[in-house]
Each structure stands twice: as C-alpha cells, then as structure tokens.
Design a protein. Sequence first.
Length: 322
Amino acid sequence: HFWWMEDVLRQRITLFSAIVIYSFTSIFSLTILKIILHLFDEPLILLIIHNAITSLLFIFMERVGFRKEKLGLNQAREWFWVAVSFTVMLSSSYMAVASLPASKMYATKSFGSILSVVGEWLVLDVSINREVIASMVLASIGYALFSLNDLATSSWMGHIWLAVNIFASCWHILLFQKTLKCSQVSALGATYYIHVLSVIMLVVAWPIICSPTSARHHLSLMTWDQGLALTLSCLVPVSLSLSGIWLQNTVRAPSIILTNNLTKSCGLVSSILIFVEVISLEGIIGVALLLVGTWTYSHARMRHNRHLASDAVKKAFTQKKT
C-alpha cells in the first residue's frame, strides 16, 4: 500500500514538473530568444547551435534511459519534408524575432495555431462547427488590429519573414500530424529525426544564406557571460519539446489545447510588459479580441470534441445492439 502511494505521488510530481517546465518555456521562449538575439546578432547561426545542442541532448538522454528509434535512411526519407517545413518555420521565426517585437511573434503563434485548424479541416478532414469558426474569426480580427499597431514603424523585411513563418507553421503542423499517423516512429523519435535533419540542412545552407566571416567575428567577440546566456538558452527548445511530448502522451487533448492557448496568451501579455512596448488603442483592442477569441476557441474545440466523442460512443452502442 505504501509503495502504491509512493508511485502515485511520483507520477503526480512528474506531471506537475512537466506542466511547470512546459508552461515556463512556452511563455518565455520568444522573450528569451529576443534577449539572446540582442547579445548575438546572428539568428541563423543561433538556430544551428540550438538545434545541434538539442540533438546532442536527445542522444545523451538515450544513454540515461530515454528510448527512441535509430535514425536510418528510411526514416530520413519519411521525415524529410517534415524536417524541411520545420527548418523553414524556425528560420523564419528567428529572423522575424530579430527585427520585430516579441509580442508580435506571440500573437502570430496564437493566430497560426488557430489558422492551422483550417488546414486540418481541408487536408485531414477534421470536423469543426460554427462556434469554432466564430471564435476563429474573432481571433483573426484581433490579430489584424494588433498587427496594424506597428505596421508603419517596424521592419517590412520582418513582416515578410512573419508571413513565411505563418505559412511554414501551418505546413509543418499538417505534415507532422499526417506523417506521424502513417509512421511507426514515436513522437520522441520523430522530434529527434527532425532536429538532426534540420541541423544538416542548415549547415549545408549556411554559407549560401549568411557570411561565415561575420559569424566567426561575432563568436570571437563574445564574452563569457554572453556565452553562458547562449548555452543556457539551448535548454529552452529541448525542454519545450520533451515536456510537450510527455504531456501529449499523458494529458487529454482538450487540456493540451487549453494549456497551449493559455501559455501563448500569457507570453503575449508578459512580453509587452517586459519590453515596455507602446501600443495604440487599436492595438489594445486587437490584443483583447485576440485573447478572447483564443480563449473561446479553446473552449469551443473542447465542447465540440466532447460532442464528437459522445456521438461516436452512441453510434458504436447502436451498432452493437443491432
């Protein structure tokens, strides 16, 4: 009896720790990235470092007990386009964060996750109802108003990268879900494959898209505290990936949807406060509508999913009787 209680307590502590780590890294990931980019003004080199260290941490975790599938040629072919979409998504995100306010990126993450539902409906035949559509429209109006807040003063190149990021994020979500359904690979193994393939792609493309001389110059001028901050920032993506995968395998899908949208909303508000961003009246209204739309979307999806599950149970029960 005592050992049973100990196992339950251990499971609860592990779950609580995963929720805390996921929430913290999700809320402050872009804020930390924005700060690091102020210290190290090479977004793509920073991305290569982050992905490389994340891949090495996956290998290290395999040594201490975490199990994942081996990366072979067949798996590389299977996950190649998912890795391409992942690389484009992260590259555009890092480039956009370097030239746009962090709050704009948090708002884009919230909008992108909602927009991806349209792709899931078109490609994966995911069911949505009028309540979900209404909340998506409300969030879209809020995002549009918030985007107008600094459209004239911020970098146009940053907004181009932002548009690429929205497209790549939706593309990646759809490809990942579709490939994972047809694959024998676990979510942890898939994440490992994607990071390794992404590092290879970035290293090959690095001399083409940025100057190696400039990167060496920045690295040579880096102080010990900047190096420490850069090293610690590498823990954010791997912590976010692992805690997210663990929660997806442990917590129900509606709770994940609610947690994701809640952390993105908190990240948006916290970045505005941390960087003391000046927002117009239109921007404030846009933030309010985006937050309300995101919140109502989460609850609408949960209610709709419960309704679908209930209908599926009733249908199965009716077929069993007949």
